[in-house]
Design a binder for this molecule. Structure first.
Ligand SMILES: Cc1cc2nc3c(=O)[nH]c(=O)nc-3n(C[C@H](O)[C@H](O)[C@H](O)COP(=O)(O)OP(=O)(O)OC[C@H]3O[C@@H](n4cnc5c(N)ncnc54)[C@H](O)[C@@H]3O)c2cc1C
Length: 495
């Protein structure tokens, strides 16, 4: 078979483009060398945000588009995305109060807002948000952005693409791509395929794919900017997030995470190594602890860290000196010499703007596909997201009522993972025993099988750190049980 579009890269950009293209009637294959969201797209701060500090860099196009996307994504995936209020404490040594007020005024009005409430000011001596902070912080701004489970957003895009007939191939590396007789001929680590158009959404590998896989003579360079996060036991009881301004001009977030934890990040430094081996350094850990220790009363130290992760932002190299100044906007590069099949490469982009990036990518490919359907993703729910943006708790209640053996916590977790598809996953179960073995913290055999069959999970890591964050809770023994189960299933026919 000849595919219309072959996409290299199962991060948010590759999955988003595959979904959009499949929904417009193109035959699509997505190639991911590891697991979906195995690289940058599970290592973000997980914010759907305009990026307040990008206003300082005059990135108005990016900020406007990002702000507008917040409510679009909230409506498309209300199970994995929700509104988040950001508390920005202030004292005299920081950016001046009137400047921040002006920035937030622009932020409130630039991208349109129907669901998200506007900015307000807080008296930290009275507001509960002031309780964990040092006494010198007396006032703060509070504004709106959103939270998203980045890795699940990728999987849901791939799932939707597959539901629209796309062929999703994980653990499949593209090692060579050549133009031959008006088509792309792709060599995979197992087999070959042909396609009319090639999309290079290799993230930090985008230049590598151009140079080594496609054989371009002078591939555009990617600027790799590393960012790391740490997770510590919960530092505060409320559900708002802090945005702290650091002495070095950067910002640091402290975000409520997975109920019992606080996520702190991020760092921002140039990176030259192999993207696959990116890891946090002791200096970055110390930097992040110091950043929040300027604000919280109770100090955080490296020994509090229960998990850490790092990723590499795949930005287009625009020659700026400081890592944090490089543009976060996306750039699409089309290579289609006379009559030859097109190659579209993706640089930069954010989780927040992936859907718009996909639309822009399809607009660039449109001349090669005269029967291409119109844009459609602005109003389309992602799998399991077909319920109102504020309906998650009602949905969890309904699930609990229908499956009386679930605890409230499990019903909430399943709703936040699968939305309306949680009931499809649970199916005809009448009692907890019908779901098979419980590997711990309500992860059952039935859910594991669903993740393998519906969401391309293959290993315990896929399940514990990307399809869920149950890795924060399962013991080594429980993880080993899950590994054994997966390997015994792998030996059975059909898996
Ligand atoms: C620290 C940090 C914090 C961030 N925070 C935010 C945030 O809060 N909000 C936001 O909107 N954005 C954020 N971002 C940006 C966002 O995460 C990235 O821009 C986005 O994830 C990039 O997605 P991608 O699909 O381009 O790349 P990736 O997710 O890296 O995907 C590329 C994929 O291509 C695959 N691949 C490469 N070569 C091949 C090959 N030859 N064959 C097959 N597969 C191949 C790789 O395995 C990889 O999975 C953050 C980024 C970082 C690093």
């Amino acid at each position: 078979m000849i595919f219309d579009v072959a996409v290299i890269g199962g991060g948010i950009n590759g999955s988003g483009i595959a979904r959009d293209a499949a929904g417009r009637g193109l035959s699509v294959v997505l190639l991911e060398q590891g697991d979906l969201a195995g690289a940058t797209s599970s290592a973000s701060t997980k914010l759907i945000h305009g990026g307040l500090r990008y206003l300082e860099q005059y990135e108005f196009r990016l900020v406007r588009e990002s702000l507008a996307e917040r409510e679009v994504l909230l409506r498309a995936a209300p199970h994995i995305a929700w509104p988040l209020r950001f508390v920005l404490p202030h004292h005299a040594g920081l950016r001046p109060w009137p400047l921040i007020r002006l920035g937030l005024f622009i932020y409130d009005h630039l991208g349109g807002r129907r669901i998200l409430p506007p900015t307000r000011t807080l008296d930290l001596r009275r507001d509960p948000a002031g309780a964990p902070l040092q006494a010198r912080y007396r006032r703060a701004f509070e504004y709106s952005d959103c939270w998203v489970d980045d890795a699940r957003l990728v999987v849901l895009n791939a799932r939707d693409a597959a539901d629209r007939s796309a062929d999703i191939r994980t653990r499949t590396r593209c090692t060579d791509a050549r133009r031959e007789s008006g088509l792309w001929r792709l060599t995979l680590d197992a087999g070959e395929i042909t396609a009319r158009a090639l999309v290079n959404a290799g993230g930090p590998w985008v230049s590598h794919v151009l140079g080594r896989v496609v054989g371009a003579a002078a591939p555009t360079r990617v600027r790799m900017v590393k960012g790391s996060h740490i997770v510590v036991p919960r530092l505060f009881a409320h559900d708002r997030c802090y945005i702290f301004q650091n002495a070095d001009g950067r910002v640091c977030f402290a975000i409520p995470y997975e109920g019992d934890f606080t996520l702190i990040g991020t760092t921002d430094e140039d990176y030259a190594g192999d993207p696959a081996s990116v890891a946090i350094t002791p200096e970055e850990e110390a930097y992040l602890c110091a950043a929040v220790n300027d604000y919280f009363q109770a100090p955080v130290s490296r020994s509090d860290i229960v998990w850490r992760y790092s990723g590499v932002r795949p930005l287009r190299d625009d020659g700026t000196s400081a890592a944090q100044e490089a543009t976060r906007d996306y750039v699409l590069e089309l290579d289609a010499p006379d009559g030859m099949p097109p190659l579209l490469s993706v640089f930069g982009g954010k989780i927040t703007t992936y859907r718009r990036l996909a639309e822009a990518a399809l607009a660039r490919l449109a001349p090669f596909f005269p029967r291409l359907g119109p844009s459609w993703t602005a109003d389309a729910a992602l799998p399991g997201g077909d319920f109102p943006w504020d309906g998650a708790s009602g949905l969890a209640r309904d699930l609990r009522a229908r499956y009386g053996f679930l605890t409230d916590a499990t019903a909430a977790r399943l709703t936040q993972s699968y939305g309306t598809r949680a009931a499809t996953m649970l199916g005809d179960a009448r009692a907890a025993a019908d779901l098979g073995r419980d590997f711990g913290h309500s992860l059952t055999e039935r859910e594991v099988v669903w993740l393998v069959e519906q969401e391309w999970a293959r290993s315990a890591e896929d399940i514990l750190w990307r399809r869920s964050k149950l890795g924060l809770r399962l013991s080594d023994t429980q993880t080993a049980m899950l590994r054994d189960f997966l390997s015994s299933k792998r030996n059975q026919a059909g898996w």
